[in-house]
Ligand binder design. Sequence first.
Ligand SMILES: NC(=O)c1ccc[n+]([C@@H]2O[C@H](COP(=O)([O-])OP(=O)(O)OC[C@H]3O[C@@H](n4cnc5c(N)ncnc54)[C@H](OP(=O)(O)O)[C@@H]3O)[C@@H](O)[C@H]2O)c1
Length: 334
Amino acid sequence: MSCVLCILEWCCALVVLALLIRRWLRADADLTLLWAEWRGKKPEAVLPGQVVWVTGASSGIGEELAYQLAKIGSLLALSARRENELERVKKKCLEISSLSDKDILIVPLDLTNRSSHGPATKSVLQHFGKIDILVNNGGRSQRSLFVDTSVDVYSAIMELNYLGTVSLTKHVLDHMIQRRRGKIVTMSSVMGIMGAPLATGYCASKHALQGFFNSLRPELTEYPGISVINICPGPVQSQIIQNVFTEEVSKVNKNVGDQTHKMSTERCVRLTLVSTANDVKEAWISDNPYLAVCYLWQYAPTWAWWLLNRIGKKRIENFKSGVDADVSYYKKSS
Ligand SMILES: NC(=O)c1ccc[n+]([C@@H]2O[C@H](COP(=O)([O-])OP(=O)(O)OC[C@H]3O[C@@H](n4cnc5c(N)ncnc54)[C@H](OP(=O)(O)O)[C@@H]3O)[C@@H](O)[C@H]2O)c1
């Protein structure tokens, strides 16, 4: 009898384990963030009335951030280089929310033009009187092999993704320190955690951001009201592949391919807002296998390097045959 009970217990344990593994394979974020989404503060409770400055708001993740924040009732400063696209985003924000014209300020901004960051910050402060949240989202990725890529491309990537972000943060942080409160949210990437072929410069810029913000956070311990939040998405639907840097600074990427296998922009942005509301210091937002590679990279790097060699080989084959580099190993996001 006791033997039968023992077998039953083991069967139950195995079923529970299998269900947990199945659930984990379908996870699209790290456990801290999933917990925050389940039990933490809702963005709708924290973000209404907050002044949020979003860079890179003219397309992709930044555009969707503008829509979700507008619906929640945050006041918005929207930045990017293309003013006409920002006008389009503002118009839609007004259509889908109860915000009025004065609640959304368009601030055209080139992140690589650092001398413009001070005046841009002043114009947001003059309009709203405060900045509660800065979302450092503007940036560009890369699709090119190192051996074929000009060093000028590396300089341009660092100038935009890294120095542009650091410069704007410096201006806004001065104001947050005076108020002793604020949130600095930065759109890093899973490539700020792991490496990936075809993106040596992009990975370097996102690693630089991770190192920078993870070092800034402990410099701000006297200001517990200021939080530093790094968001690390995996592949997400946006215009990112159209806009990637390639072998030369002026060369446009022609291998855009189908992007529908990637995580939806809406889901990525929702999880970003959950992270922001709950001050999650580092959020991994990704479908598998990248999510699993993040865990491996953190806890078992030797296995991660082995796996990345295999995935990387396929990525390079895809790239050389003219399809999107990530296309082969993705399931459609549910
Ligand atoms: N999509 C993904 O798979 C993914 C994954 C991980 C991380 N990310 C990160 O998410 C962020 C947003 O990317 P996305 O996927 O939404 O791509 P996207 O659709 O190409 O959007 C990029 C945004 O950055 C802006 N931008 C580019 N160069 C700029 C400059 N010099 N100055 C100011 N703004 C500039 C663009 O606006 P203008 O051209 O009008 O200036 C655009 O609004 C990036 O930091 C990216 O690295 C994306």
